[in-house]
Design a binder for this molecule. Structure first.
Ligand code: FMN
Length: 244
């Protein structure tokens, strides 16, 4: 629920003008909320007096700091271009604080209608248990030699497996992309794992291990400290663009 601190509010109506579902009104010299508020928090973020809060969240809003926001566009593009799927890792545990920062990057990503339905499963301590379970399933379908290749293909030697669970593939994909960029700033790398996503969601035993109930695994990726260093960008197709 959106709460207005009437003593701080100066009735500037910035919140009202920025409210996408038009749920804020000015009534009897007070700002009020009615109707379809989607708790997007724009009113909290835009208020010049810090007069708006939402009691549904535990988050304490952070103030905007211009210096922290300055990322040169050239640097940003350089970083995006040098992002690579990492399939070879150092044997090194990923610190909890770094994983938490990646999840924070996911959590602050846009979601359809501000659904925020995404949840995360981070497998590091129990990675071998998961690995064993997955490979046992794979071995039922492939012969011995292939099983070794599958082990390589599925897990590489990454330290962590992160699952993104939710009911919207776009939400999950966008969160994952922010997480990948955050990972890069932390000296980590990731690779999206389509095979493991499919296998993990297909077997009851693995689903139970991951405690996802009826929820959908939208994607998963491996993460860790890269053991490879890329020296230049990988070439890409020319974009097909219609300027009009
Ligand atoms: C949805 C998705 C699933 C992917 N699945 C796998 C996978 O199962 N195994 C793998 O090694 N790479 C996987 N990748 C990584 C792609 O192969 C990789 O992005 C592509 O080859 C381009 O390389 P780059 O990411 O280094 O630019 C996947 C990527 C996406 C977006």
């Amino acid at each position: 629920m959106v709460i207005f601190n009437q003593e701080k509010c100066i009735l500037c109506r910035k919140c009202m003008q920025d409210c996408y579902p038009q749920a804020i009104q000015k009534e009897n010299e007070k700002m009020t909320v009615s109707g379809e508020c989607m708790l997007c928090g724009h009113c909290v973020a835009i208020c010049p007096k810090g007069a708006v809060s939402i009691c549904d969240y535990e988050d304490e809003p952070e103030e905007y700091i211009k210096e922290k926001f300055q990322i040169e566009s050239d640097n940003m593009l350089h970083m995006i271009k040098f992002r690579r799927s990492i399939r070879n890792y150092r044997e090194k545990i990923v610190e909890r604080e770094k994983l938490e920062m990646m999840i924070e990057a996911g959590r602050y990503t846009a979601t359809v209608s501000n659904r925020q339905e995404i949840s995360y499963i981070v497998v590091q301590d129990k990675k071998n248990e998961l690995k064993h379970m997955v490979l046992k399933k794979v071995e039922q379908y492939v012969n011995g030699e292939n099983a070794v290749q599958w082990q390589e293909k599925l897990f590489r030697n990454a330290s962590v497996i992160i699952y993104i669970v939710g009911d919207n593939a776009i939400n999950a994909g966008l969160a994952a992309q922010n997480m990948e960029l955050m990972a890069a700033t932390l000296g980590l790398g990731i690779f999206y794992n389509g095979y493991l996503t499919k296998i993990s969601g297909s077997f009851t035993e693995i689903r139970e291990f991951l405690q996802i109930g009826e929820k959908e695994i939208q994607l998963c990726f491996m993460a860790g400290y890269p053991a490879v260093e890329y020296r230049r960008t990988a070439p890409r197709k020319k974009p097909e663009i219609l300027w009009m």
